[in-house]
Design a protein around this ligand. Structure first.
Ligand SMILES: Nc1ncnc2c1ncn2[C@@H]1O[C@H](COP(=O)(O)OP(=O)(O)OP(=O)(O)O)[C@@H](O)[C@H]1O
Ligand SMILES: [Mg+2]
Length: 507
């Protein structure tokens, strides 16, 4: 075997002292020297390696099919051609067969004419770095997954407020995509002044510590310029002492607020029902007590009236007394109806028919004179199972209230519809009347609350309606009211259509 070592300058021998396995190659890839570390690391002798080319099967790493040693990518070749240092990272196996990573650096040695004379190949074990890199990237992937799958919106911005991170929940909450991030600044995500206030609090050490914002309720601004209440926490991310970025976590409060509001309404309703129930019991007691004396007044009064001559001077006064006593009887009757505990006598009927019948029952045609009645009925016949007489009573009171509010001129719209999914039936009575003033809204279902002049209303209509609707598993509510008019909504459970009703024509 030819010896090539004499070709090397003595200075090249110092490479023997290098701690990395190192080879010296000619531009034609012939290995002319290897250092001692190389021999011991790969467990080969000088004779086995020197004189061969790096394409020969000289050591595990060289024979690895993963080494990009094709003509195009051969780092030896590119180092030779460019006369510059080139390197590649190679995944291979160590002498025990364990996977490892090597970095192979090819450094050309140039002669006085500028030609590449030799190439020094130095091999570094970078397995540790590579393993750390792998662990780091696995950890990053895990953190990414945790951030992305979080139900809370998570967002980070750099020092200038440019968005650098936005998870899916934040995209959904704010209505922006991370792809819009270049065009929006963190200030766009809050109503005017809020972002600054958050930064001020973040820097205030007395609130949650330096760079930390404890749970705070604020409004954010979505892409559609809608203000949404959220609960947020935030932190400044420091690089040394320097503020590098800010990160924040957001939780949408809309659902929580909606639940709280519903709860509050339910509590209010409960209090109202309790109040009505106690008034009802009281009213029932009083009505019973008054009923008997009233019956005597009417009986003896009528006897007196009949005994008097028609032109008797007291005859007219007595008639007034009897009329008012009769009115008292009506009130007592209503009171007893309002407080009555008896179950409604139910039957299945068509809602639209009942609305038509209630209209027909208002005999006093002066109500309709200047009122345009619009029927906006659901095309489908809606069936309900309720006490029809009671519901007529409710509706007649609503119609009279509407006529009164419009002072008998305007438009009265009667609408029926249903919610198929939840099996509910609805009647809406809308008028173009004066509306109910805000301060009366909480009182109109109370017994005896009336704004009508003495002798015109008793204030029992809506409180009776409230009780009747409840007894029939329904409800009554004010859908809207204002100077443009009032809409009262009645809701009842819808009865499923049975064979008996399936072919009945629309009446
Ligand atoms: N459609 C409406 N528009 C404006 N105000 C209304 C309307 N419906 C009811 N109100 C107000 O609610 C009050 C209470 O109504 P409710 O039907 O209980 O009693 P009333 O009509 O005054 O008397 P009653 O019905 O016993 O003859 C009314 O006096 C009126 O002030
Ligand atoms: Mg009324």
């Amino acid at each position: 075997m030819e010896l090539f070592i004499h070709e090397l300058d003595w200075r090249v021998r110092i490479f023997d002292a290098l701690s990395y396995p190192t080879l010296i190659l000619r531009p034609d890839r012939t290995i002319i020297a290897v250092n001692k570390v190389f021999l011991s690391k790969y467990n080969v002798t000088e004779e086995e390696v020197v004189g061969k080319t790096c394409h020969d099967d000289v050591l595990p790493t060289h024979s690895s099919p993963k080494i990009p040693c094709t003509t195009d990518f051969c780092p030896h070749l590119t180092a030779k051609e460019s006369a510059k240092t080139r390197s590649i990272q190679v995944q291979t196996k160590d002498k025990d067969g364990n996977p490892c990573w090597e970095e192979r650096v090819f450094s050309p040695i140039i002669d006085e004419n500028g030609n590449v004379k030799y190439i020094i190949e130095s091999i570094r074990d970078i397995s540790r770095v590579k393993n750390l890199e792998k662990k780091y990237s696995e950890m990053r992937e895990l953190i990414d997954k945790v951030v992305q799958s979080s139900v809370s919106g998570i967002m980070a911005a750099d020092r200038s407020g440019n968005i650098i991170l936005m998870n899916e929940a934040a995209e959904k909450l704010f209505g922006y995509s991370i792809l819009d991030a270049n065009e929006v600044n963190i200030e766009n995500f809050y109503p005017a002044g809020v972002a600054r206030e958050i930064m001020r609090k973040l820097r205030d050490e007395s609130l949650g510590g330096k760079g930390k914002l404890p749970i705070t309720n604020v409004n954010i601004l979505t892409h559609n310029k809608e203000e949404v209440p959220v609960e947020m926490t935030a932190a400044i991310i420091y690089e040394g002492e320097r503020e590098a970025a800010t990160a924040a976590i957001f939780n949408d409060l809309r659902e929580k607020y909606a639940v709280a509001k519903k709860l509050e309404e339910a509590e209010e309703q409960l209090a109202h029902s309790e109040k009505l129930a106690s008034i009802g019991r009281l009213a029932a007691g009083v009505a019973h007590e008054i009923n008997n004396p009233l019956t005597s007044i009417l009986l003896y009064g009528n006897m007196m009236y009949e005994a008097l001559e028609a032109d008797h001077p007291l005859s007219e006064n007595l008639r007034f007394i009897l009329e008012d006593a009769q009115r008292c009887t009506e009130i007592v009757k209503n009171l007893l109806a309002y407080s009555r505990q008896a179950a409604p006598s139910r039957a299945v009927f068509y809602l639209n028919n009942m609305v038509n019948e209630s209209l027909a029952l208002i005999r006093d045609q002066k109500f309709f004179m200047n009122v345009n009645v619009v029927k906006n009925f659901d095309d489908h016949q809606i069936l309900v199972n309720a006490d029809k007489n009671q519901l007529c009573q409710v509706l007649i009171n609503l119609l009279i209230n509407a006529f009164d509010a419009m002072e008998h001129k305007g438009t009265l719209t009667l609408t029926t519809y249903r919610d198929l999914e939840n099996h509910r039936a609805f009647i809406e009575v809308s008028d173009t009347g004066c509306g109910i003033p805000e301060q009366n809204l909480s009182k109109i279902f109370d017994p005896f609350f009336t704004t009508k002049e003495l002798g015109k209303g008793t204030g029992l209509g809506l409180s009776m309606a409230y009780g009747i609707m409840k007894e029939n598993q329904g409800s009554i509510s004010i859908k809207s009211t204002g100077p443009e008019g009032t809409t009262i909504l009645l809701e009842l459970p819808e009865e499923p259509v049975t064979d008996e009703f399936a072919f009945v024509s629309i009446g």
